[in-house]
Ligand binder design. Structure first.
Ligand code: PNW
Length: 446
């Protein structure tokens, strides 16, 4: 059972859907520049036009309304609003987001606004990006502008999306823009600046908005899962172990919410010669209203000869089109581990599935596997909701879109897009999601 104020929503991100990369005085971001670089993105795709949401947002809001969507999570393209990243505000950027927010208001849809979903202003990147000691202040200024301009409309601000990805994939392994492969000590510095930026932004938004908005982040969360009830504690411990990489949630949310880095991260930082003044932790420590989780699956773990191991999933375990396993109990154990550690209401800011699908000869997308995925994952989530507070679920994504390094080849949407005509078509799963919303989740048991 989901609580009676549960929010059923859908999520998107600016670079993945907007297009309009060169409209008006918009500044470039690292993805605009990166995706122009051959060889990095599947078959040379780019988000230059994308779903053309920049021009078609009214239609997209109309479709959301038709589906009964209650919350819409989208992100602001920093360089569309502030072309140089700091300083002058673009009139066109401001107009675009205010029109979108007005449209959502008319449709009765709550806006959940992500400030940073990876499209970092190129002008700031050229000054060192997150490695520059001023970068936390740049982010604070931007957050302040968004709060001043948009807070009359906004119910929730999500400061950042998935530091695990834009630091781990963007600054360490080089798979995502800005395609850097920095030494660990430098990535730690960038991560620390991101955390300082979040701490400053949280305080800035509170100062401007008081309690009129709720604040959180969205974390990429891939929990370790047990095979049996006997392995639950092992899975919990493994979920919060960093293993000298940037992928865990507690690397970021222990500092933000508990006021200190995890022990194993501190040891790793020391080993790499990365240090910071202790007073930074006071800036970083924040008061969030909810804990946003993006979960697609998790990895099963067990112990062999006293050591934690990740056995290869059996070939019978279903895989999605991104090859991720279908492990619905990620939505049961995952939120329980987070609740026990942080005691904050949980919101699923993303969950969804990519399928290899296409319009059939009758012009329909009969994505029964997506419906099955929703049932399986939401059944586990409803089980967790009996034990811990879960306040919302945002399906990723409203619409097929630019899936980063995979270009348009991976389709997560409830809505299909013809990338030549930009025509939208509701998939079968969209109608199923509509019924889920109408019944506050009861539809998943049918
Ligand atoms: C999230 N992983 O990314 C992002 O927030 C979205 O922008 C994206 O489209 C969506 O999930 C689907 O991929 C992730 O491999 C990308 O661990 C990769 C991973 C996790 C999340």
């Amino acid at each position: 059972m989901f609580n009676k104020n549960f929010v059923w929503g859908v999520a998107t991100a600016s670079y993945q859907i907007e297009g309009g990369a060169h409209e008006a005085d918009k500044g470039l971001n690292v993805w605009d520049v990166g995706s122009a670089t051959k060889g990095r993105i599947f078959e040379g795709h780019s988000g230059d036009v994308g779903c053309d949401h920049y021009h078609l947002f009214k239609e997209d809001v109309r479709l959301m309304k038709e589906l009964g969507i209650q919350g819409y999570r989208f992100s602001i393209n920093w360089a569309r609003l502030i072309p140089e990243g700091t300083g002058k505000i673009s009139e066109d950027g401001k107009r675009f987001y205010l029109e979108l927010l007005e449209e959502l208001k008319q449709a009765g849809i709550q806006p959940w606004v992500t400030l940073f979903h990876w499209d970092y202003p190129y002008a700031l990147y050229q000054k060192g990006g997150w490695l520059n000691a001023d970068s936390p202040k740049w982010f604070e200024e931007y957050a302040g502008v968004c709060a001043e301009l948009f807070s009359p409309y906004v119910s929730h601000f999500i400061l950042i999306n998935e530091p695990q990805c834009f630091l781990g994939l963007g600054h360490s392994s080089g798979e995502h823009a800005p395609f850097l492969k920095l030494p660990d000590s430098e990535v730690m510095r960038a991560a620390h600046n991101v955390l300082l930026g979040c701490g400053l932004a949280e305080k800035k938004i509170r100062k401007i908005c008081g309690n009129s908005v709720k604040i959180g982040t969205a974390q990429a969360y891939w929990p370790a899962l047990p095979y049996t009830e006997n392995d639950v504690e092992l899975a919990r411990e493994e979920t919060f172990t960093c293993h000298k990489n940037f992928g865990s949630v507690n690397y970021y949310t222990d500092p933000l919410l508990l006021g200190h880095y995890p022990e194993d991260v501190l040891a790793w930082q020391k080993e790499c010669g990365f240090a910071f003044p202790e007073s930074d932790m006071e800036i970083i420590k924040s008061k969030f209203d909810f804990y946003g989780l993006n979960t697609y699956t998790g990895d099963r773990v067990t112990r062999e000869n006293g050591k934690i191991v990740y056995p290869k999933p059996a070939p019978t375990v279903p895989r999605t089109d991104t090859r991720w396993t279908v492990h619905p109990d990620a939505m049961y154990y995952g939120p329980k581990f987070i609740w026990d550690r942080y005691h904050l209401p949980i919101v699923y800011t993303e969950n969804g599935v990519a399928l290899a699908e296409w319009k059939d000869l009758n012009g329909q997308i009969n994505d029964d596997s997506r419906i099955d995925f929703l049932k399986r994952y939401l059944r586990e989530l409803s089980r967790a909701a009996e034990e811990v507070e879960i306040d919302g679920y945002f399906y990723w994504s409203l619409i097929d879109n630019f899936e980063w390094a995979e270009g348009f080849s991976k389709k997560f949407g409830l809505i299909h897009v013809d990338y030549e005509t930009r025509e939208r078509t509701l998939k079968k799963s969209a109608y199923f999601f509509k019924k889920i919303i109408e019944t506050n989740g009861e539809e998943i048991w049918k």
